[in-house]
Design a protein around this ligand. Structure first.
Ligand code: G3P
Ligand code: CA
Length: 253
């Protein structure tokens, strides 16, 4: 008799810890990314923006109001001002003192340990951010095909075309929550420069997964915050599940 496959061999998708394991720790902080690592996710997902003085920082909203003790637009605050904020307390007093990480800090701390799904958040607000991201990756030799656990994604498709031209060997993903982008014509257009089509899970069907695969792209879907949503995406056989709760989708936890 053949040996029973291990749990690991049964898994056919990557688990992506969304903004870190954001269900358990303050999103886009070291505490959340460490939690994703501890929970054995395959990737952490990060949102990258730029400070007033040109530093790349990791935060989701375009203002600091929701997740820190400060106020104002990310792009109108200096790195010193951003780093002085408390980005942990909103999730609980035990996280007080967590800071907004820099992009450099995340690359240096995690590359080689866990995959990094890099989202350029609102890149239209930060002209030239694509070149800055490419520079940081090249400097660390993370723009080569063997470093296959770096992916760059965005809702901004023009930005992703630019990223593909700057880093032709790094996989590019397009994000959408619009059914306008699941048509044959739209998918064919994405396939010209993207390696992944990453929709919100309400758009996912077996037909869509097959279509994306037939065009040579992979599909990762988001944001799983319930065991039912996790099971749905496992059944749809997507390639990656982006979740605030890595344990909902990965029985190794
Ligand atoms: O990785 C996909 C997901 O992060 C996109 O939505 O708003 O959480 O950045 P959002
Ligand atoms: Ca994101």
């Amino acid at each position: 008799l053949a040996a029973e496959p291990t749990t690991g061999e049964l898994r056919q998708f990557d688990t992506v810890a969304h903004r870190g394991a954001a269900g358990y720790a303050p999103e886009n902080t070291i505490a959340a990314f460490d939690k994703g690592l501890e929970m054995k996710a395959d990737y952490i997902e990060i949102d990258v923006q730029r400070s007033k003085d040109g530093e790349l920082v990791v935060i989701h909203d375009t203002t600091v109001d929701r997740t820190t003790d400060g106020t104002g637009k990310v792009g109108e605050l200096t790195i010193e001002e951003l780093r002085s904020l408390d980005a942990g307390s909103f999730k609980g007093e035990q996280f007080a003192g967590e800071k907004i990480p820099t992009f450099d800090e995340i690359l240096d701390r995690y590359h080689g340990k866990i995959g990094i799904l890099i989202e350029l958040k609102a890149p239209e607000l930060y002209p030239g951010i694509e070149e800055a991201v490419a520079h940081e990756l090249k400097e660390r030799n993370l723009d080569k095909p063997q470093n296959d656990k770096i992916i760059i994604q965005s809702f901004n498709f023009e930005s992703m075309k630019k990223m593909d031209a700057l880093l032709p060997k790094v996989p590019i993903g397009v994000l959408t929550s619009s059914s306008l982008h699941t048509t044959e014509a739209a998918l064919l257009e994405f396939a010209k420069y993207a390696d992944l089509f990453n929709p919100s899970y309400g758009l996912v069907s077996k037909e869509l997964v097959d279509k994306v695969h037939s065009l040579g792209m992979e599909i990762q879907s988001w944001t799983v915050r319930s065991p039912e949503a996790a099971q749905f995406l496992i059944d749809m056989k997507v390639d990656g599940i982006i979740t605030d709760y890595p344990d909902y989708v990965d029985p190794r936890n």
